[in-house]
Write a protein that binds this ligand. Structure first.
Ligand code: FMN
Length: 381
C-alpha cells in the first residue's frame, strides 16, 4: 500500500496498521473499557444532516478562523498527542512542519518526544503546550515558565486525565513505556522489521518535557506510574485559577464536558475550552463532544471560545461542528495514522485532504466564509 492509495481516514488507518507493530497500532487505535465512547464520537456526526443553500456566489472560499486570539488558515488543528516518535521517527517534527505549511496550530504534549524549544524552531505557527497538573506545584510553575520563554502561544491544561483510562488493548499486548511486552507482543514487533529498523536507527526515545523532572527514559518511572504518582488528583478550580493568572495569556482547559464546568472556566478567566473525551481513551460511556456541543455553546459561547475534538474524520464533520457554534475542531488519530503510515508527507496529505473537503463542503453548502455557517444549515433526525 502506498501513500497515493490513501484517500481518507480508513485508508490511512489501514496503511498505519500494516506498518506498525500491533502493540503500537493498538495504542493509537484503542480506547477505554468497551470503547463505546470512541465509537460514538464518530457516529454522533451522523445524527444530523447538512441543509445546503445554493446560488450564493461561492467562487472565493475563506475558511480561516480566529480562536483564542490565534488566526488559523483552516478551522482544524492537530491536537496534542503523546509519544509521536514511537509511531514514526519524525514524530512531532513532521506534525509541526505540516501544521505550519497549512497555517494551523499544533499541540506539543507533556509526553511529547520532541522538545518545546525544537518544535518552536520548526514552526512559526501558533503553538499549544498541553500539560498536566502535577503534585509538585514548583514543577507546574517551572513548566509554565519554560513555555513562556519558548514563546508558546496557548497553554492547554488537560483536565480529563486525573487518572489513566482502562486501555484493555494495551493490557493484552503489554504496551507500556518503558516496553514491557509479553511474548505475543514481542512477536508482533518481530513481524514488522521495517518499523524496528526505522526506530532503532534514529536517536533514542526521550520525553524532553519531563526528562529534567522524571527519569522515564531510564526506565525507573513508567507512564502509568507518572499518571498515578506525579499527577495531582486533588487539583481544584482554585489551583487552576492561579495558573491562569500566572500565565496571563491564552489559557484553555481540555476535557470540559458539563455546562457547570464551562461556566467555571469562564469565571476563572480561561480563553477557551475544548469539549473532549480524550478520543474515548479515558471515561468510557461519557458523552461525545459533538452531542454536547450545542448545550455548551448556548451557555457560554458568547464569553469563551468553544472548541471540540473526538471522532473527526471528514470535512463535513468539521462543518457540522462549526455550524453548531464551535470555533475550531481538533483532530488526533486523523493525523496520527498518516504520521505512522508515511511521516511528514502523510500528515501533509491528510491535512490537504481535510482542507479540500472543507472547501468543497463550504461551496456545496453555499458558504464562502465560516461565519455563514449556522444552525439553520443543520437538521437533527
Ligand atoms: C495516541 C494518542 C495519544 C494522546 N495523547 C494525548 C496527550 O498526551 N495529551 C492530551 O491531552 N491528549 C492526548 N490524546 C487525545 C487527543 O489530544 C485528542 O483529544 C483525541 O485524540 C481526539 O480524538 P480523535 O483521535 O478521535 O480525533 C491522545 C490521543 C491519542 C489517540
Amino acid at each position: 500500500m502506498r501513500l497515493s492509495d490513501c484517500h481518507n481516514f480508513s485508508d490511512f488507518r489501514r496503511m498505519a496498521q500494516r506498518r506498525l507493530p500491533g502493540p503500537i497500532f493498538n495504542y493509537i487505535d484503542g480506547a477505554a473499557d468497551d470503547e463505546v465512547t470512541y465509537r460514538r464520537n464518530t457516529e454522533s456526526f451522523e445524527t444530523c444532516d447538512l441543509v445546503p443553500n445554493v446560488l450564493r456566489g461561492v467562487s472565493e472560499i475563506d475558511m480561516s478562523v480566529t480562536v483564542m486570539g490565534q488566526k488559523l488558515a483552516m478551522p482544524v488543528y492537530c491536537s496534542p498527542t503523546a509519544l509521536q516518535r514511537l509511531f514514526h521517527h519524525q514524530g512531532e517534527r513532521a506534525v509541526a512542519k505540516a501544521a505550519a505549511k497549512y497555517g494551523t496550530m499544533f499541540g506539543v504534549s507533556s509526553l511529547g518526544t520532541v522538545s518545546l524549544e525544537e518544535a518552536r524552531r520548526i514552526s512559526s505557527g501558533p503553538q499549544v503546550y498541553q500539560f498536566y497538573f502535577h503534585r509538585d506545584r514548583g514543577l507546574n510553575r517551572a513548566m509554565m515558565q519554560r513555555a513562556k520563554e519558548v514563546g508558546v502561544e496557548v497553554m492547554m491544561l488537560t483536565v480529563d486525565s486525573i487518572t489513566g483510562g482502562n486501555r484493555e488493548r494495551d493490557k493484552r499486548t503489554g504496551f507500556a513505556i518503558p516496553f514491557k511486552l509479553n511474548l505475543a507482543g514481542m512477536l508482533q514487533f518481530a513481524l514488522k522489521p521495517a518499523w524496528a529498523i526505522n526506530y532503532f536507527t534514529h536517536e533514542g526515545f526521550k520525553l524532553p518535557q519531563l526528562d529534567e523532572h522524571v527519569d522515564m527514559g531510564g526506565g525507573t518511572m513508567s507512564i502509568s506510574r507518572y499518571f498515578t504518582e506525579m499527577l495531582d488528583p486533588s487539583m481544584t478550580w482554585d489551583d487552576v485559577a492561579e495558573m491562569v493568572r500566572l500565565w496571563s495569556g491564552p489559557f484553555c482547559l481540555k476535557g470540559i464536558m458539563s455546562v457547570e464546568d464551562a461556566k467555571r472556566a469562564v469565571e476563572i478567566g480561561c480563553s477557551g475550552i475544548v469539549l473532549s473525551n480524550h478520543g474515548g481513551r479515558q471515561l468510557d460511556g461519557s458523552r461525545a463532544a459533538f452531542d454536547q456541543l450545542a448545550e455548551i455553546v448556548d451557555a457560554v459561547g458568547d464569553r469563551i471560545d468553544v472548541i471540540m475534538d473526538g471522532g473527526v474524520q471528514r470535512g463535513t464533520h468539521v462543518l457540522k461542528a462549526l455550524s453548531l457554534g464551535a470555533k475550531a475542531v481538533g483532530v488526533g488519530r486523523y493525523y496520527l495514522f498518516p504520521l505512522a503510515a508515511a511521516g511528514q508527507p502523510g500528515v501533509e496529505r491528510a491535512l490537504e485532504q481535510m482542507r479540500v473537503e472543507i472547501e468543497r463542503g463550504m461551496k456545496l453548502m453555499g458558504c464562502s466564509s465560516i461565519e455563514q455557517l449556522s444552525r439553520k444549515n443543520l437538521r437533527f433526525r
